[in-house]
Design a protein around this ligand. Structure first.
Ligand SMILES: NC(=O)c1ccc[n+]([C@@H]2O[C@H](COP(=O)([O-])OP(=O)(O)OC[C@H]3O[C@@H](n4cnc5c(N)ncnc54)[C@H](OP(=O)(O)O)[C@@H]3O)[C@@H](O)[C@H]2O)c1
Length: 327
C-alpha cells in the first residue's frame, strides 16, 4: 500500500527539523519544503503557483514556517483548494480565526481536514481544556495557564512574540462572546498546583487558545495566561543561535481551571515545549493522513478526542497528564 506523503513546510527551522525527525521515526519520508533554495522542494510561501505544485504532491502538509501573519494564508488557502490535509504550528489568534472564517466552506467542499494551532501554545491548551471540561456546561470561567521556564526562543518565535505583544486588536472571549479590540494587559495570580505553586501571570496571553477552545468549551469566559517570569529570564530573547540540546531544556506546566456550578482542573507537566508541540502536530498529521478526521477546519479538541489524544502524547514521552476528579 502507498505510504501517504507528508510535506513539512519550514523544514529548515527548529520546529520543522523536529517534525521531520519524528516523522522519520514513524517510518515516513517527509517531503522537505521551504524558502531555502537548498531544500528538495524550494517554494516561497507567497508564490501561489509554486505552493499549488507542492500541495498537489502531498496528502498532508505540516506548516512550521512563521510568523504565520507572513507565511500563513497562501499555503492554508491553497491546501484547502487543492485537497491537501493541513496542520500548523501557529500561535497567532488572527491567523487561526481567519482559517475558521475564510476556509471552512472550501475545506468542507474539497474534503480537506485542517487543524490549526496544533502545537504547544494553543493546541495543548485546547486539548487540555477539552479533556478537563468534557461533558460540562454552564461554566463561568475557564483559564488555560502556561508556566514556562528556560524557554530559548528561535528567530521565528521571537518575531512572533514581539508581534503578538504589540498587537492592539486582541481576540478575547468574555460574557459568552468573542470580541476583538484593545485589552489592557494585566497581572493576575494563577494557583498552579505544586511544584510550581501560585504565580504572577500575563493576562490575557494573546495566543490562539481562546479562538480554538471557544468552539467546544461551554463557558462564558475563556482566557489564556502565561507566567510573567517567562519573559524576564536571561536567556529568553537572546537564544536565536542556541543549540537544539539547550532548547530542549525548557520546563513547563499547562494547567486548566474550570469554574462554575461544578468545577474541574487538570494539567500536563514536562520538559522541552518544542518537542511536546511537535509530538502533537506529528500525531495529528499521521491521523489526518489515515483519514481519521472529517472535512472542515477544526480545533485540535474538535478533531481528536481530547483525553485519548493527550494520553497518546503522554505515551510518547511528551509530558505527564493529570486529570484529578472533578470537585
Ligand atoms: N504554538 C506554538 O507553541 C509554537 C511552537 C513552535 C513553533 N511555533 C511557531 O512556528 C514558527 C516557526 O518557529 P521555529 O521555532 O521553528 O522558528 P525558526 O527556527 O526561526 O524557523 C523559522 C522557519 O520559518 C521559515 N520562514 C520564516 N519566514 C519565512 C517566510 N517569509 N517565508 C518562508 N519561510 C519562512 C524559516 O525559513 P529559513 O530557514 O529559510 O529562514 C524557517 O524554516 C513560528 O511562527 C513560531 O511561533 C509555534
Amino acid at each position: 500500500m502507498r505510504r501517504s506523503v507528508i510535506a513539512v513546510y519550514g523544514a529548515t527551522g527548529h520546529t520543522g527539523r523536529l517534525v521531520v525527525e519524528e516523522l522519520r521515526k514513524r517510518g515516513y519520508e517527509p517531503l522537505l519544503a521551504g524558502r531555502d533554495p537548498g531544500l528538495p522542494r524550494p517554494v516561497r510561501a507567497d508564490d501561489p503557483a509554486a505552493v499549488r505544485e507542492l500541495v498537489r504532491e502531498a496528502d498532508v502538509i505540516v506548516q512550521c514556517a512563521g510568523p504565520f501573519s507572513k507565511t500563513g494564508r497562501v499555503i492554508a488557502r491553497t491546501a484547502a483548494e487543492v485537497g491537501c490535509h493541513y496542520v500548523d504550528h501557529a500561535v497567532e489568534s488572527h491567523h487561526v480565526r481567519w482559517l475558521f472564517d475564510e476556509l471552512q466552506e472550501t475545506a468542507r467542499r474539497n474534503g480537506v481536514a485542517m487543524v490549526p494551532g496544533l502545537s504547544f501554545y494553543g493546541g495543548l491548551g485546547d486539548l487540555l481544556a477539552g479533556a478537563v471540561t468534557e461533558g460540562m456546561d454552564e461554566l463561568d470561567v475557564v483559564t488555560i495557564a502556561y508556566a514556562v521556564s528556560g524557554w530559548r526562543m528561535t528567530t521565528g518565535a521571537k518575531d512572533t512574540a514581539e508581534q503578538l505583544f504589540a498587537e492592539t486588536e486582541r481576540i478575547t472571549f468574555t460574557d459568552g462572546e468573542q470580541r476583538v479590540g484593545y485589552v489592557e494587559p494585566r497581572n493576575v495570580v494563577f494557583p498552579f498546583p505544586p511544584p510550581v505553586g501560585p504565580r504572577t501571570m500575563i493576562a490575557p496571553l494573546p495566543s490562539c487558545d481562546v479562538v480554538l477552545a471557544q468552539r467546544h468549551v461551554r463557558a462564558r469566559n475563556i482566557e489564556a495566561q502565561l507566567t510573567a517570569h517567562t519573559f524576564t529570564e536571561d536567556q529568553v530573547f537572546v537564544s536565536e543561535d542556541a543549540a537544539p540540546e539547550d532548547r530542549a531544556r525548557s520546563e513547563f506546566m499547562v494547567a486548566v481551571q474550570a469554574l462554575g456550578k461544578n468545577s474541574a482542573a487538570g494539567r500536563i507537566v514536562g520538559e522541552d515545549l518544542w518537542l511536546a508541540g511537535v509530538h502533537a502536530s506529528v500525531e495529528g498529521a499521521v491521523r489526518l493522513a489515515e483519514g481519521e478526521v472529517g472535512a472542515g477546519v477544526h480545533s485540535p479538541a474538535e478533531a481528536f478526542e481530547a483525553e485519548p489524544f493527550l494520553r497518546v502524547l503522554e505515551g510518547l514521552g511528551a509530558f505527564s497528564l493529570r486529570l484529578p476528579g472533578r470537585a
